[in-house]
Design a protein around this ligand. Structure first.
Ligand code: IPD
Ligand code: CA
Ligand code: CA
Length: 257
């Protein structure tokens, strides 16, 4: 497999979707709800996913693609994982923190990832073993040595408030310690901000593969650490803890029961 070519396809798909986000924002969004009233879906989510699937199919017709809106199509050891619009609630309100995320995994291991923020025209990307980049420039996680520096942290909450209750308690633990915590609202971009050293730590529960596949690779290639809350291997859908590595142990201690 030519990973550079795979990345070029991921980037082309991201740019196509990002252009649609900007274009459709001015043309009426046709906003609807999915699992709860706050779980929004727009024309941009649906049309971006179709466009991304077209770009991938034109280059790699035999590959499988799983996307948030259309589910999995095809069966192959090569599987593209697509969030056509991450941060839909932000997007629908004109709050400019949203992105598109495209990753390629081979037999369960992510090899290529791209996340594009059309608001700031920033493209984060990585090929496994070849480092992480933002708009072509190498990026590294921060050097923040401990939480008291202070570290800047972020988290997120699922749409179903019952599922998010547990994290409210953890969120308040950090706040009660006087630590700055943000809730930006687009997990794929949160992970890239960590990779670029703009955040020092991030945690969230129950994220889907399309929210995190590209971002995790980009963090790892930028020198960061991604685990579950016990420091073991992260599994899609479970608790995710990401950091610059240096504050991982301290964050784990606060997040532990
Ligand atoms: C959501 C965002 C948000 C996270 C939610 C995700 P969507 O994705 O990534 O930050 O907290 O859990 O579902 O619905 O905007 O693609
Ligand atoms: Ca998402
Ligand atoms: Ca989405």
């Amino acid at each position: 497999m030519d990973w550079q070519r795979a990345l070029e396809v991921a980037v082309a798909a991201c740019h196509r979707a990002g252009s649609l986000h900007l274009q459709l924002r001015d043309q009426g969004l046709d906003i609807g709800s999915k699992s709860t009233f706050a779980d929004l879906v727009t024309r941009a989510d649906r049309e971006s996913e179709l466009a991304i699937r077209q770009v991938i199919a034109a280059a790699f017709p035999d590959h499988a693609v799983v996307g948030e809106e259309g589910g999995q199509l095809g069966d192959s050891r090569y599987r593209w994982i697509v969030d056509p619009l991450d941060g839909t609630v932000n997007y629908a309100h004109g709050f400019p923190f949203s992105c598109v995320s495209v990753a390629l995994e081979v037999e369960g291991q992510t090899r290529v990832g791209a996340v594009f923020d059309p608001n700031r025209q920033e493209l984060f990307s990585a090929i496994r073993g070849q480092g992480a980049r933002c708009n072509g420039h190498p990026i590294r996680v921060s050097a923040c040595p401990d939480l008291e520096t202070p570290a800047l942290l972020a988290t997120g909450f699922p749409y179903d408030p019952a599922e998010g209750a547990h994290n409210l308690e953890l969120f308040s633990r950090f706040l009660r310690l006087g630590l700055p915590v943000r809730r930006p609202g687009a997990a794929a971009l949160d992970l890239c901000y960590l990779a670029a050293g703009r955040l020092d730590g991030f945690w969230e529960f129950k994220l889907n593969p399309w929210d995190v596949a590209a971002g995790i690779l980009i963090i790892q290639e930028a020198g960061g650490q991604v685990t579950d809350l016990s420091g073991e291997t992260y599994r899609y859908g479970g608790p995710l803890l990401a950091s610059n590595g240096r504050i991982h142990r301290q964050m784990r201690a606060i997040l532990s029961p």
